[in-house]
Ligand binder design. Sequence first.
Ligand code: WTA
Length: 654
Amino acid sequence: MAAPDPRRTESLPLTTVVSPGLARSRALNRSALEDPNRFWAPVADELHWFERSGPLFEPTDSPPYGRWFPQWTSNLAYNCLDRWRGTPRWHRVAFHWEGEPGDRRALTYAELHRESERFAAGLRAAGVGAGDRVTLYLPMVPELPIAMLATARIGAIHSVVFGGFAASALAERVRDSGSRLVVTADGGWRRGKVVELKRTVDEALRATPSVEKVVVVRRTGQPVASDRDRDVDYADFLRLGRGPVAPVPRTGSQPTYILYTSGTTGRPKGAVHGTGGYMLWSYYTMRSVFGLGDADLYWCTADIGWVTGHTYVVYGPLLTGATSLLYEGAPDSPKPDRWWDLIERHGVTVLYTSPTAIRSAMKHGDPWPRAHDLSSLRLLGTVGEPINPEAWHWYFREIGGGRCPIVDTWWQTETGGILISPQPGLAAFPLKPGSATLPLPGVDAAVVDEQGRPLPPNEKGLIVLRRPWPGVFLTLWGDEERYREVYFRRFPGAYYPADFCLVDDDGYFWLLGRADEVLKVAGHRISTTEIEDALITHPAVAESAVIGRHDDLRGESPVACVILRPGHAPSSTLRQELADRVRATVGAVAVPSAIYFVEKVPKTRSAKIMRRLIRDVVEERPLGDTSTLEDETSIEEARRAYEELKRELARPPP
Ligand code: WTA
């Protein structure tokens, strides 16, 4: 089945809506674009700066065409923690943490400050200084935000790697960033089992000479191998240094972190976020989208290893002084009502999660949430992939009890924070299931065709951002050229997010999925090429083509067409080996849901894989629009390739 067009399955007519909330949202958007310095100055005033010199915003000739707070200095950790000293927030809980086995821990702002300062002292004693890189490969435990804040405090740069990534993926990220220190845990809990993080680190570090030290958090307590010269227990590490540790001022253009994300090649891109602009954007979007007050308990379910976790589990909530829930494990452990139980017991008021999580809860069935009192909730959010209206309505009805607005928030790793979203705090804000609604202040979004010409309403095209917003990423780590090439060359003067989009008659934005070789599997961002690169390392594989197929639960799932080398025959054992290879190289989320053995994969004359055509076959659709077929391939050739592949895939599996 092909992906449904969300607007078509939606029964509400798209009549034009008028509301004070929308009018206000549009007005704010415009005024931030007209005079960024004036619009953002009062927001910047709410944050702490060590020094303010020069302009807040300064246009530039080269990408991203503007710099935020280029000479103002600040420190992200200071603004998250120290800023609350002497206010009532200081002794309020920042994180209520719950482990999968049910163990609990609460950390106030004061405690978080104390522990991250001790960790910062340890880092300093270990010789880590401003600008040095630190890789964090941890489960969802409080030590992860603590380590992030400690790193930011001393002006070092963290690179958090999602705990679901396998050894080679981790090694590549450690190598590329040139990290000197890695923080990990013996393991983490996931569905009652231990995820052996330390073991993966040991394997990854065999090929990463830059790492001098590995700090190991004791989480599960199982025995792990230890390298006496290199490994140190977290508890001992905290005793290494001596505080206090003054926060190191950083200019707006100095990096706070690198977050690796997938692109169209197999090599991940290290998106670099700065300090002042990123901080302002995390703070502002957190406030205007979620509008938390003292009575709120906020819960963003994202793993900190992805950007949603960076901005809306750690930095945004702490910058706004929020109290959050942090949960270590799986949603269905020990039973499918774990989340609903957490919400009821803790009294969560705002829930921010992914469409895949909602669909999977739907699949488990209504009785699970219905067995719990979810009346504490007042606002719901989604992120990471388009939400189908059916899931939206279920979320609204079953989880929100028909009371809670849903903020469908569109953004990316590169954008630092939310760009398009409802702002329920701005008076009545009409929602349309499946639409992220309107751009936030300072976001100049438009939909254009392949040539960059603006498209009229209701026509699907490519979204572009014509002006830099405060959260824009600064560069790709060590690869400025790729930064310009991938994001700014296609449409000169604009940032190219590589998402399909249309704007309806009300000016509402409908984000319709990726326009490149990137997959969103259960909201996780994976590149098809990364999976192909993993498959090719198997001696039986000559070539492969991976595409994303629509998946009712996970949004998309990878499907691989594999050509074998002479002397190798298709078999179910081989299929299993290939799946294992992907799991061991990239990680479990990347394992293809189907692997087809084929004689050849359809290619253009210039040898580019015709992915759209493969997708049409795999999703059992007629051959799609051939008018914009990849370079100079004739319609005839495309048809032939389509029929051939269809025959091949129809063959009974070995
Ligand atoms: C997709 C996640 C539709 C989109 C924050 C984008 C969405 C990619 C939405 C970035 C949404 C994110 N509606 N699609 N509300 N939010 N996406 O870097 O394709 O992991 O380009 O950042 O997720 O994924 P990333």
